[in-house]
Design a protein. Structure first.
Length: 140
């Protein structure tokens, strides 16, 4: 992909993320938030050697993080990760007091993954990242 194509993809992702977040959630989105910082700094539940941000930022060519409050009042951090032929969306639901988070919906190329497929998919690229850094995965 040329740099011009990367810029176009990034522009489309940013615009789409803003529109979807605003329309579906009825709240304004933010790209800088303590909730985003909290999620990025967390360790994976099945590999405490890797931070969430390190895995995603290393897996995708373009990553776009945003925060919004859902209609239900939940604090949601959404990551859109884009590669040449792939776009994935991850939603992390964060407790108001920053005590915990859960991985909510995951879409791969605009297809919502089942909980089983979500974890299989996430573990696949976390494993790839860990093997590239020479780390041993916990629980495998």
């Amino acid at each position: 992909m040329t740099i011009g194509q990367h810029i176009r993809v990034l522009f489309c992702v940013v615009i789409m993320g803003c529109i979807v977040g605003f329309v579906l959630n009825g709240e304004e989105t933010a790209t800088s938030s303590p909730y985003i910082d909290f999620v990025k700094a967390q360790q994976w539940p099945f590999n405490e050697e890797l931070l969430i941000a390190d895995v995603f930022d290393g897996h995708y060519e373009i990553t776009y993080w945003e925060y919004f409050t859902a209609r239900t009042g939940q604090h949601v951090v959404q990551l859109t990760g884009t590669n040449e032929e792939q776009q994935d969306i991850y939603q992390f639901v964060v407790e108001e007091d920053y005590s915990d988070f859960t991985i909510g919906a995951v879409k791969q190329n605009n297809i919502l993954l089942t909980p089983e497929k979500k974890w299989t998919y996430i573990k696949t690229f976390v494993t790839k990242k860990a093997s590239n850094t020479g780390e041993i995965l916990a629980g495998f």
